[in-house]
Design a protein around this ligand. Sequence first.
Ligand code: UDP
Ligand code: MG
Length: 321
Amino acid sequence: MTHLSIIIPAFNEEANIAAVVARTRSVLDGLDVSWTITFVDDGSRDSTVERIRVESVADSRIGCLVLSRNFGKEIAIAAGLSAAKGDAVVIMDADLQHPPETIIDFLAAWRQGAEVVLGQRIDAPDASRRRQLASNMFYPVFRMMAGMSLEAGTVDFVLLDRKAVDALNRFGERSRFTKGLFHWIGFRTVIIPFDCGVRTGGQSSFNFRRLLRFALDGIISFSSWPLRIWSWVGAIVSASSIIYALYFLLRTLIHGADVPGFPSLIVSITFLSGIQLLSLGVIGEYLSRIYDEVKARPLFLIREEIGNSSQPDVNRTDTAA
Ligand code: UDP
Ligand code: MG
């Protein structure tokens, strides 16, 4: 019999645990599969873990990996994937914005041979205009920079075949952009649209700044374009300064020397130092990520396991190389 593992990263989701368990269970019980739900508690500061413990006592198919602190959603997903045992693994949010009923379609697509089934959000009613605009801008920019087209609106509501899970478990990188990785690994991919509901309780933990940071992480971990563009900027600036120098030479030969313009001097100095600082900043962004990777700290640490989950191999990055 097929075993389906459901992974749910949860950060301060006390208001949603009971609802997400009830709704997901009723969907899963209607399928001809055996299943487990594994929450990954990402350092919640509310009673999320206690709520999950109650569910786990009542139903042994429900369990939780409790991380030692908040590591961020991407790392929580990595923790869940490394613990998942299923023939297929579904990752979904705890706030019911990823409707569990969609799993039925995911499973059908998987049975027809899909190895990665991506959920595509058709509307997010509680997303702000600013957030929607930013999200609409992100996909073309990402496509241009990374040379890889992410289907707009695909989110990390996904079903992965065992092969894809094993592939993702070999990625040791810390600044993970999971959506990009789903695409990078290849495999037969099918996209299934779903209605993104409103968060059932609690608050979104992604404010605009955090999203921007996330987008930057995504671009930087999939593209070296921002790093390389400075050679071109440098070439263009040098070429134009040579032309400018020739122009001055000719003017001096024809009209004789005059007092050079003070404003143009200041403008060119500030402009060029701006460009230099900017390019240094970009190098810094990459360098800090290289530093993070080189330290090779464990991706996550687990305080406790509740119920079904089994200790994943935290040091798996060593064997991944
Ligand atoms: N989440 C997490 N760690 C974090 C932030 C969020 O595990 O540091 C989980 C959260 O509990 C939820 C999912 O990631 O299950 C999506 O988060 P949220 O609903 O806040 O994001 P949004 O839907 O607004 O993008
Ligand atoms: Mg949400």
